[in-house]
Design a protein around this ligand. Structure first.
Ligand code: ADP
Length: 407
């Protein structure tokens, strides 16, 4: 039988990340890579293969996403050949109210998603462009859209509805939530490592990377989440502000003549850790500098304080808490940040074990902690491949449960 491989594609505003998975006894990653800094003079194409000899990182000239995806498709054809790719799975930032599960990309769907472009103008058009480029080059290749909003389609009305005039809801303005592929992976992974009962319990997932959000989950379903109509909402992030007083937009328009585009650029690209520290959007840099630079110290402090507040708020929404899970770059790797977030949450039953926390262990709560506190490494690419293989029935009869070290 022909081997079946799934290519995952994750298009960002200035990057394309990709990975190839073989569908076998488990989903086995063959390579992963990225084209980064698209449109800038120092754009780079990186690949990490199954063996170190296959790894490379080289400068490339890609002035836009079209050139970048052409380069990627050339490389894929060279590396494994078109016929070796069974399907492509795309991460799509927004599925609106209609798309709550992975779907094969059709012309009708692309037309629907184009209507949603105003909801995610920085991401959705680029993502559609990637799917379109694959369709033009390989017309018979099945492509599947996996939506970052899907996981949150279970949000109850009180979490969805925004307290503004109702007519906007009819236009689709409500809480959608994002990072859904990560949360879907983490829910499965929690059940795998901690058992079904823990997986069905009251859980807060804290996905803390460059983009950061939290999700309150019960019975494996999204109950509330910190991102809202756009991914700018919720906790402060590397360059995004998170929640702000709505009156600020009006103040800046009045006092500085700031227009909508200027405000959008400020809250998405010049705020958060970067805005507060005035030096870096990267948590590692700020932790290094915080002793000598009060701006770095305050940026870290505000981040930890806000995440702590969302944990408190979601514990109330869930009526208690059984498990807290840290994930993504900061959540998986920073003992200091986790410690600071959890300090003072003893009243919720959260106690951290210092040594386990320092070791980035799988369980970092102390023996006497009523709430289990865990670190789970997220894997959005694996989740896309898994959803595609389920959708297309490629996984029939084979094990697609995540296996540690398999990817
Ligand atoms: P993205 O959302 O772009 O996928 P990541 O999940 O890789 O981002 O997270 C990037 C963030 O994780 C950066 O702020 C980086 O500084 C932080 N990070 C990675 N490793 C560490 C570490 N050891 N200590 C503190 N922060 C870390």
């Amino acid at each position: 039988m022909e081997p079946k491989n799934i290519l995952t594609v994750n298009g960002g505003s200035s990057s394309i990340k990709f990975a190839l998975f073989a569908v076998g006894e488990a989903l086995q990653r063959i390579f992963k890579g990225s084209i980064e800094r698209i449109g800038l003079p120092d754009a780079v194409f990186k690949v990490k293969g199954a063996e170190a000899a296959e790894d490379f990182s080289r400068p490339v000239v890609v002035s836009d996403h079209m050139m970048a995806v052409d380069l990627l498709m050339d490389w894929i054809e060279d590396r494994i050949g078109r016929s070796a790719v069974t399907a492509v799975g795309h991460r799509v930032v927004h599925g609106g109210a209609k798309y709550c599960e992975p779907q094969i990309i059709t012309e009708a769907m692309v037309a629907d998603l184009k209507q949603l472009a105003p909801f995610a103008p920085e991401h959705l058009p680029q993502e559609l462009l990637l799917a379109e480029a694959f369709r033009k080059r390989f017309p018979d290749l099945t492509q599947v859209a996996c939506f970052d909003t899907s996981f949150h389609h279970t949000l109850p009305r009180v979490a969805q509805l925004l307290p503004i005039p109702r007519k906007y809801e009819a236009q689709g303005v409500r809480r959608y939530g994002f990072h859904g592929l990560s949360y879907a992976f983490l829910v499965r992974e929690l059940a795998r490592v901690a058992g079904t009962e823990a997986g069905m319990g009251r859980v807060i997932f804290a996905h803390l990377g460059n983009g950061a959000s939290l999700a309150a989950v019960h019975y494996g379903q999204s109950f509330d989440t910190s991102m809202c109509f756009t991914p700018t909402a919720g906790v402060p992030m590397s360059t995004r502000s998170g929640d702000l007083d709505p009156g600020l937009a009006c103040y800046l328009a009045r006092e500085e003549g700031m227009d909508p585009a200027g405000f959008n650029e400020m809250v998405n690209s010049r705020s958060g850790l970067l805005g507060m520290s005035e030096t870096s959007s990267d948590m590692r840099d700020l932790l290094e500098r915080e002793k000598n630079d009060v701006r770095a110290a305050e940026a870290v402090a505000v981040f930890c304080y806000q995440v702590k507040k969302w944990i408190g708020s979601f514990s109330a929404a869930l009526g208690g808490l059984d498990t807290l899970v840290f994930s993504a770059g900061i959540g998986e790797n920073s003992p200091q940040v986790r410690q600071r977030i959890c300090t003072g949450l003893g009243f919720l039953g959260i106690e951290i074990d210092e040594e386990r926390n320092l070791a980035n262990a799988a369980v970092i709560s102390a023996e006497n902690s009523r709430v289990f506190v865990r670190i789970i490494r997220t894997n959005e690419e694996w989740m896309i491949a898994s959803l595609v293989s389920e959708k297309l029935g490629l996984a029939l009869g084979v094990e697609t449960t995540y296996k540690e070290g398999a990817t």
